[in-house]
Design a protein around this ligand. Structure first.
Ligand code: NOJ
Length: 567
């Protein structure tokens, strides 16, 4: 039997603070803005908020480059304001999860500055190596950063190279050094003592690098060397060490884990001795691309179903899933797996698709109103198209694609659903000035569709995606024995457009999800036999209408059957 845990039943709302809501008119989202929207967040029915990094940061990677782990970036407010938000969230019964970015810091962090100068105890806080070759001018190995380019940067003052798996402003911490781990544990305790409920841990499976830092597979144009640092030799030892802190507080941990398979996940998330409560994997976000969003393929539902089937069955009654469709790195899902033409319908179908899978549910700001990706290939004549982008990784990928001979037109077209910028446009609150995000000039352009797609309009429409999400979140809780803990059984595995699955509780209560994830008219007889004869409809993409001879675009329904009445 699946062990019941509070974090398993959670729906978690992710805030990427810079674009959530500006409260002081400087064009940048902040804690004041968050405070003003706590009631809205609570009204969704979610149980927790995950804050993408709020810490002091020069923003080379928008907060994932931390210069002080124990203070708030002035753009966002102060530590006291954070404490107020924390208290106000707790008053509303919302847990608060912080991002913990410990694979690397900012190069502006005191630890790094002191490490450059070889001041103790910081000398070996980072991964420093001598250069190779006659004059030591060559990088220590051939690894390449995830944001392409060498993963090594030379610092004349120290006369050595440091490793950075991400931007050069993000030097990797040396977790092999036990003092580093003690410092990190202090940081964790700082937030947990304040009352924070847990952490989302950034690229946590990359913190242990192979001894000797061997060369990586040479053909990889980015993230070269990953086979030597993802799920590295001491990963379980280091995670177990950090887990001791989590256990002291009965806190929660979700770890981001690139290149994760369900089998590998079992190594992290099983039993009382687990090192993480769940992992953020990526396989289900690769149904329209090969590994990264920029290597586009047509959306394949078959591929997606295979991934879900594998994760749901492998982890059943053993480990736990983190279910998400969007975040600050993943462009808006309607533009990727759904249809902008059928924005609300496909948004509803996708919401139904992932909300009844076993796992903790994650919802990214703006997902609940069906925000879509902006069009970067439509820009005023005579302007620089690249001025539309802000994300470090977009520029790196652009340069790499240029090297491989891709045209500007092609790169901009792909960027529509690949650039991380797409996920980072300000939340659209109203149809008014700057979408109600800010009274000042927004730090980043608002998607022009805000006049139609915004919270205010969605609140007024009983059939909006927003109100649909509220229903879904409530149903997921109401029928948690099946929805959260039930056994997953998939039908029509090979059908290119239909996604039909059951979730069966231990007492036999069954939820059945039937979805047409396309705009095609599919004969309903294809799936009719999977709808049990005693099934009652709980939810429908098209309200108040039953399946006809053929499906409507993105039509879908949720049923319940075999309900036990307590005999
Ligand atoms: C994963 C984060 O989600 C992403 O935004 C960031 O750029 C990298 N890790 C590096 O911290």
């Amino acid at each position: 039997m699946e062990e019941r845990k509070w974090f398993k039943e959670m729906s978690m709302y992710q805030i990427w603070p810079r674009s959530f809501k500006d409260g002081n008119g400087d064009g940048i989202g902040d804690l004041k803005g968050v405070m003003s929207k706590l009631d809205y967040i609570k009204s969704l029915g979610v149980d927790a908020i995950w804050f993408s990094p709020l810490y002091v940061s020069p923003q080379a990677d928008y907060g994932y480059d931390i210069a002080d782990y124990c203070d708030i970036n002035p753009d966002y407010g102060t530590l006291d304001e954070f404490k107020e938000v924390l208290a106000a969230a707790h008053e509303r019964g919302l847990k608060v999860i912080m991002d913990l970015v410990i694979n690397h810091t900012s190069d502006q962090h005191e630890w790094f500055k002191k490490s450059v100068k070889r001041e103790e105890p910081f000398t070996d806080f980072y991964i420093w190596r001598d250069g190779k070759g006659k004059n030591g001018k060559k990088a220590p190995n051939n690894w390449m950063s995830t944001f392409p380019g060498s993963a090594w940067e030379y610092v004349p003052e120290r006369g050595q190279y440091y490793l950075h798996l991400y931007a050069k402003e993000q030097p990797d911490l040396n977790h092999d050094n036990p003092t580093v781990r003690e410092y990190i544990k202090k940081v964790m305790r700082f937030w947990l003592d304040m009352g924070v409920d847990g952490f989302r841990e950034d690229v946590i499976t990359e913190i242990s690098k192979a001894d000797g830092l061997p060369n990586g597979f040479p053909l990889m144009p980015a993230s070269r060397g990953m086979e030597h640092y993802n799920h590295g030799p001491h990963i379980h030892e280091y995670l177990s060490d950090y887990r001791t802190v989590i256990k002291d507080y009965d806190a929660f941990q979700v770890g981001e884990a690139p290149l994760l398979t369900p089998k590998k996940a079992l190594g992290y998330v099983v039993g009382d001795e687990r090192e993480l409560d769940m992992c953020i994997g990526f396989q289900h976000m690769e149904a329209d691309c090969i590994l990264i969003g920029w290597l586009k393929t047509p959306f394949s539902l078959k591929k997606l179903k295979k991934v879900y089937d594998n994760w749901q069955t492998t982890l059943y009654q053993k480990g736990w899933n983190a279910n998400y469709l969007e975040n600050h790195d993943q462009p808006r899902v309607i533009s990727r797996y759904g249809s902008e033409k059928y924005r609300v319908e496909s948004g509803k179908a996708l919401a139904m698709m992932y909300s009844f899978l076993s796992g903790t549910q994650f919802i990214y700001q703006g997902q609940e109103i069906g925000m879509t990706c902006p069009y970067f290939d439509k820009y005023p004549e005579g302007t620089d198209p690249w001025a539309q982008f802000k994300d470090v990784s977009t520029f790196c990928v652009r340069d790499l694609m240029r090297k491989f001979g891709f045209s500007q037109k092609h790169i901009l077209k792909v960027a529509h659903t690949a650039a991380r910028d797409c996920a980072r446009t300000p939340v659209q609150w109203t149809a008014g000035k700057n979408a109600g995000f800010s009274d000042g000039e927004p730090w980043y352009a608002v998607n022009p569709n805000y006049t139609e797609v915004n919270v205010e309009a969605a609140e007024k429409d009983p059939n909006s995606l927003l109100n649909f999400y509220r229903k879904i979140i409530a149903l997921r809780k109401q029928y948690k024995d099946a929805a959260v803990y039930g056994k997953f059984e998939i039908h029509l595995k090979r059908h290119p457009h239909l996604f039909v699955y059951d979730k069966i509780a231990e007492d036999g209560t069954k939820l059945t999800v039937v979805l047409n994830l396309s705009d095609k008219a599919i004969p309903c007889k294809k799936f009719a036999k999977y709808i049990p004869s005693d099934a009652q409809e709980l939810l429908s993409v098209y309200d108040g209408c039953s399946f006809a001879a053929v499906t409507k675009p993105y039509e879908g329904k949720l049923y319940i059957s075999n309900v036990r009445t307590g005999e």
